[in-house]
Design a protein around this ligand. Structure first.
Ligand SMILES: *[C@@H]1O[C@H](CO)[C@@H](O)[C@H](O)[C@H]1NC(C)=O
Ligand SMILES: *[C@@H]1O[C@H](CO)[C@@H](O)[C@H](O)[C@H]1NC(C)=O
Ligand SMILES: *[C@@H]1O[C@H](CO)[C@@H](O)[C@H](O)[C@H]1NC(C)=O
Ligand SMILES: *[C@@H]1O[C@H](CO)[C@@H](O)[C@H](O)[C@H]1NC(C)=O
Ligand SMILES: *[C@@H]1O[C@H](CO)[C@@H](O)[C@H](O)[C@H]1NC(C)=O
Ligand SMILES: *[C@@H]1O[C@H](CO)[C@@H](O)[C@H](O)[C@H]1NC(C)=O
Ligand SMILES: *[C@@H]1O[C@H](CO)[C@@H](O)[C@H](O)[C@H]1NC(C)=O
Ligand SMILES: *[C@@H]1O[C@H](CO)[C@@H](O)[C@H](O)[C@H]1NC(C)=O
Ligand SMILES: *[C@@H]1O[C@H](CO)[C@@H](O)[C@H](O)[C@H]1NC(C)=O
Ligand SMILES: *[C@@H]1O[C@H](CO)[C@@H](O)[C@H](O)[C@H]1NC(C)=O
Ligand SMILES: *[C@@H]1O[C@H](CO)[C@@H](O)[C@H](O)[C@H]1NC(C)=O
Ligand SMILES: *[C@@H]1O[C@H](CO)[C@@H](O)[C@H](O)[C@H]1NC(C)=O
Length: 709
């Protein structure tokens, strides 16, 4: 501080400065600290909101008013508790803290349209998870966007033949006019319940008294009605304004794909070349935003395909096989087949190196982790098999799969009745364009075995992945679980099938997927992505995409998402090779004479840990793994009302947050306001009077006082 000037002048000047300083500190404290707010509000830190999504015709999800919804908390642990909220309680609107098991369609129907009594919902996770099952998805996922319709196979359309997701109650496709949040942390739920017990409980028959414990939820959504409405508005804005106000974004990400044998991706494949496609999906969803564990609905299948890709790459004669093999991991399949419809669209327009006519056969992995017995089911499409030549190809394909399974004692291949349609699958989008021969492998013959399809409970527990207590993360990572062994068998089958479909003969029986790979992948995707192996194969700048929890597989709008990157680099690690390039050469392979970017992808990854230190040894990995845009063609074509392509968009929002605090009664607030107003009016009157009579009042001589300041 440069205050002390010295001399006598500093005496009064210094004191003045000191006072000024005090005043400033006080002012700064008041403005910056907002200490009042901090004492009263308790923010909830681990919540997930339900947000608004839109398609061509509808809006689904939830929202609050622009200033957030506030209500007195009421804990609902059994259905009878709702009576208080809906009729008896004297202080509406209420913020309902709902036990997870009660979060069902029948209960939510009762709350719908009761906005005068319900301000919003906070749902806790049910522990243990609800039995016998729970799925907020619909019974017929992606209805209308697959191959069956009222004009093509009407007997199969709208899941008339098989209701695939029989437990689905459609809650996640409803529109709610109040906010709904998931409480992800039990400790926070406990804090809220404590606040409720301390302030809101009926005590000895008398009504609870103010102040009461309340909750405020902010999740105001900008977009309304439908994708057509919001995209048109955004589009007009972006045409005429330099600073357009976008209110919704298409759900989009990237598909991950690779080829067993590298090709020049700058040009189209020769029309005589044949490719066997192995496909699966990457994404899932739940009622809540960015909560999509998808263990059985996505993870188990793509992990199995990753392991099959690794096993197949090791075969000695891959370079000489008559046909190539393409591995694809589709993003956004949950939302009316975004990824596969885009790939088909690109293939038809020659914007993808592989064309539709190059496809020889198609093998897709559906849900495969919940095999109750040894059975694995081969689903095929009855419509395309009306053509005898297609039928023969499909028969040959099924024979190949069955033949591949003979050396695997833990697998028995089964065919559902020939008149049964395909389950929801990416293959359906390819069949819309060409009658290719394809099969979908699943653990279920008809309805899903998955009782938690697209719910928050489709976690590691759902597919029986668990670890002995007291192990270190590194030990868990390498612990081979029963689930991993079972999935490795499916991966072995897939690897052998693809090998034979590609025309291989000599090494089929030596193909063996590694259970260690499967178990490490399962651990990384379902338990903890920030582990030593995942870190080693990721690029340095992407290391923050790995978190201490499981990865979530919601497609989202800012992409690529965590899952996309991790699958891309896992596949590169499993099928690629380490090449001896410097960092500069790896990032720009044109500087290395022996390398070619048309044929390979290069990535400079963090590398494994040095044995003696905590340093990593970065390396350059060469692979054929690439990303391909997964944005619905509806947005390329600006057909926002499309019935052919997915039209899902996500609304934008400004603020999503939740907090609890104590509120005073409306009466008390009113009285406070009135008293304040009274004082104001009184002081105005007094001032006026003093002013009017100033000459009289201030005539008297002042008392000489000893006041110094
Ligand atoms: C949009 O979503 C709603 C709710 O799931 C559904 O009823 C409707 O058929 C969908 N519209 C289109 C065009 O797919
Ligand atoms: C909850 O609190 C307990 C004890 O305070 C602590 O051991 C536990 O780790 C906390 N759980 C979470 C999920 O934070
Ligand atoms: C959330 O975090 C803030 C700041 O760390 C803390 O004061 C608050 O108590 C937390 N909320 C809950 C419900 O624990
Ligand atoms: C409720 O009643 C019990 C016994 O009648 C009494 O001990 C307790 O203090 C009462 N509680 C309140 C909050 O009045
Ligand atoms: C790949 O194809 C492009 C376009 O046809 C061509 O210019 C390039 O030389 C090819 N690269 C290789 C390695 O063949
Ligand atoms: C596939 O085959 C069926 C039956 O032969 C036929 O009706 C349909 O038009 C074909 N689809 C395509 C895309 O060629
Ligand atoms: C059956 O499909 C093949 C192509 O797979 C096509 O050439 C043939 O015309 C189709 N036959 C009928 C009767 O549609
Ligand atoms: C789950 O795994 C454990 C051990 O890994 C096994 O004993 C148990 O039978 C499995 N349960 C199911 C339902 O598969
Ligand atoms: C595979 O088997 C065929 C026929 O038995 C033989 O001609 C060919 O050389 C074998 N290929 C390899 C790589 O061993
Ligand atoms: C995904 O990546 C983002 C961005 O790096 C990170 O903040 C987030 O924690 C990751 N999510 C998970 C579930 O790990
Ligand atoms: C894959 O990861 C392992 C473990 O970090 C590493 O040893 C290996 O070199 C990697 N392989 C490739 C091709 O990147
Ligand atoms: C690790 O340490 C041992 C002995 O301390 C040494 O011989 C070895 O070269 C070291 N390895 C590396 C990779 O630094």
């Amino acid at each position: 501080m440069a205050v002390s000037g010295g001399g006598s002048a500093a005496g009064s000047g210094g004191r003045f400065l000191l006072h000024l300083l005090h005043f400033c500190v006080l002012l700064a404290g008041l403005c910056r600290g907002n200490s009042v707010e901090r004492k009263i509000y308790i923010p909830l830190n681990k919540t997930a909101p339900c947000v608004r999504l839109l398609n061509a015709t509808h809006q689904i999800g939830c929202q609050s008013s622009i200033n957030g919804n506030t209500g007195v908390i009421h804990v609902v642990e059994k259905e009878e508790d709702l009576k208080w909220v809906l009729s008896d309680g004297p202080n509406p609107p209420y913020m309902v803290l709902l036990e997870g098991v009660l979060f069902t369609r029948s209960l939510m129907e009762k709350l719908k349209g009761r906005n005068n009594r319900i301000a919003g919902l906070a749902v806790s996770l049910a522990k243990p998870r609800p039995t016998p099952g729970y799925s907020p998805s619909v019974q017929c996922p992606n209805d209308g966007f697959g191959i069956y319709s009222d004009s093509y196979g009407p007997e199969y359309a709208h899941c008339k033949d098989v209701a695939w997701n029989i437990l689905g109650d459609g809650l996640a496709y409803e529109d709610f006019s109040f906010p709904i949040f998931l409480l992800e942390d039990e400790n926070e739920t406990r804090v809220i319940k404590q606040c409720y017990q301390d302030h809101n409980l009926v005590q000895n028959g008398s009504l609870p008294t103010f102040p009461l414990c309340a909750m405020q939820l902010f999740s105001h959504m900008h977009a309304v009605l439908s994708t057509v409405t919001c995209m048109r508005r955004s589009y007009i804005q972006s045409t005429f304004s330099i600073n357009p106000e976008i209110i919704c974004d298409p759900l989009s990400d990237y598909n991950v794909w690779s080829l067993l044998r590298p090709i020049n991706t700058s040009e189209s494949m020769a029309s005589a070349d044949r490719v066997v496609v192995a496909a699966t999906r990457l994404d899932s969803r739940s009622f809540f935003w960015n909560v999509a564990p998808g263990a059985e609905s996505a993870v188990a299948s793509f992990v199995t395909q990753l392991a099959a890709a690794e096993a197949l790459q090791k075969v000695p004669d891959v370079a000489t096989l008559p046909r190539n093999v393409m591995f694809v991991f589709f993003q956004g399949e949950t939302f009316d087949y975004i990824g596969s419809s885009r790939m088909v669209y690109d293939m038809e327009r020659g914007k993808f190196p592989v064309q539709l006519d190059n496809i020889d056969s198609f093998v897709e992995l559906g849900q495969v982790a919940l095999r109750n017995s040894l059975e694995l089911w081969m689903h095929t499409d009855p419509m395309s098999q009306k053509n005898a030549s297609v039928r023969n190809q499909v028969e040959a394909l099924l024979d190949t799969v069955e033949k591949s399974s003979t050396g695997i004692p833990t697998l028995v291949l089964q065919r559902p009745s020939q008149s049964q349609p395909l389950p929801p699958s990416s293959l359906q989008r390819f069949l819309r364009a060409r009658n290719i021969s394809g099969v979908v492998l699943t653990d279920h013959s008809a309805a899903f075995h998955n009782h938690y399809f697209e719910s928050v409970y489709d976690t590691a527990e759902n597919i029986n992945v668990s670890y002995p207590k007291g192990q270190s993360p590194e030990e868990d990572l390498n612990e081979v679980t029963e689930t991993a062994k079972a999935l490795a068998d499916v991966a072995t089958l897939l690897g052998r099938t693809l090998y034979q479909l590609a025309g291989g003969t000599n090494f089929s029986d030596s193909i063996q997927a590694n259970p260690q790979t499967v178990t490490r992948l399962l651990y990384g995707f379902l338990v903890r992505s920030n582990n030593s192996w995942f870190q080693s194969f990721m690029r340095h700048d992407l290391r923050s995409f790995l978190g201490d929890g499981p990865l979530q597989h919601y497609i989202a709008v800012s992409s690529p998402t965590n899952t996309t990157y991790v699958v891309q680099y896992a596949l590169a690690n499993l099928t690629g090779t380490v090449v001896d390039l410097t960092r500069e050469q790896c990032q720009d392979p044109s500087k290395a004479p022996s390398e070619n970017k048309d044929i390979y992808e290069y990535s400079w990854v963090q590398g494994p840990l040095d044995i003696n230190s905590t340093e990593r040894l970065p390396q350059c990995v060469r692979s054929t793994v690439r990303l391909a845009r997964a944005l619905s063609p509806a947005f390329e074509l600006k057909q926002w009302g499309s019935k052919e392509y997915s039209t899902w968009t996500e609304s934008r929002w400004k603020d999503i947050s939740a907090r609890i605090f104590l509120i005073a009664s409306k009466e008390l607030e009113f009285i406070t306001l009135m008293v304040g107003l009274g004082i104001l009016i009184f002081s105005l009157v007094v001032t006026y009077c003093i002013n009017a009579k100033a000459d009289v009042l201030f005539m008297a001589p002042r008392e000489p006082g000893s006041v110094s300041y």
